[in-house]
Design a protein around this ligand. Structure first.
Ligand code: PRP
Length: 188
């Protein structure tokens, strides 16, 4: 049943998988862990667009140490390049990474292909360390070995939208993580 009664969710949401309150709690927990782990270190937080924008905005406000941040963008989900394990970089960062501890911030780890690519790419730029942070994790979908260092909420293999995640470019602005109604994507 649909617990989320927002106008936007009407007719497209099957059910709420993680409410905004649950997400908020997970973000606060991860923020506290990062604050503790990186105290006294040069932290550089890199958000992965587009899906990661909302988690990034919430997470950095829960981190209580000075940090630098930037965004990168990679090729869109579902493309044939992605399934073949090739990720295209659309927007890079322009700052040098030597002497920095990198934290890559994602909305979701699915096959793991995107993060594997990003970790390997950033590793060539001389950072002191690289860790991965994701708000959602779908471990049942992994195609390559990839584990988040900071993981918010583990989810089953469902078509999810909201809190940054889209269907056909839309619904990223739903505050809860929701399961998309099957008839919405099967009618096409
Ligand atoms: C999604 C998500 C991750 C990636 C995870 O991005 O934001 O970046 O897929 O999938 P993977 O583990 O199978 O690589 P998407 O390509 O949909 O782009 P978007 O964030 O711009 O929607």
């Amino acid at each position: 049943m649909m617990e989320n009664n927002s106008k936007l969710a009407e007719n497209i949401v099957d059910r709420v998988l993680a409410s905004k309150e649950e997400i908020q709690k997970a973000v606060a927990r991860i923020g506290a862990e990062i604050t503790r782990d990186y105290e006294g270190k040069e932290l550089f937080v890199i958000g992965v667009l587009k899906g990661g924008f909302m988690f990034m905005a919430d997470l950095v406000r829960e981190i209580q140490i000075p940090l630098q941040m930037d965004f990168i963008a990679v090729s869109s989900y579902g493309s044939s390049t992605k399934t073949s394990g090739v990720v295209r970089l659309i927007k890079d960062i322009d700052k040098p990474l030597d002497g920095k501890h990198l934290l890559i911030v994602e909305d979701i780890i699915d096959s793991g292909v995107t993060l594997k690519y990003l970790k390997e790419m950033f590793a060539t730029r001389g950072p002191l360390s690289i860790r991965v942070c994701t708000i959602f994790d779908k471990p049942s979908r992994r195609k390559v070995e990839m584990q988040g260092d900071y993981v918010g909420i583990e989810i089953p293999d469902e078509f999810v939208i909201g809190y940054g995640l889209d269907y056909d470019g839309k619904y990223r602005n739903l505050p809860d993580l929701c399961v998309l109604r099957r008839d919405v994507y099967e009618k096409e």
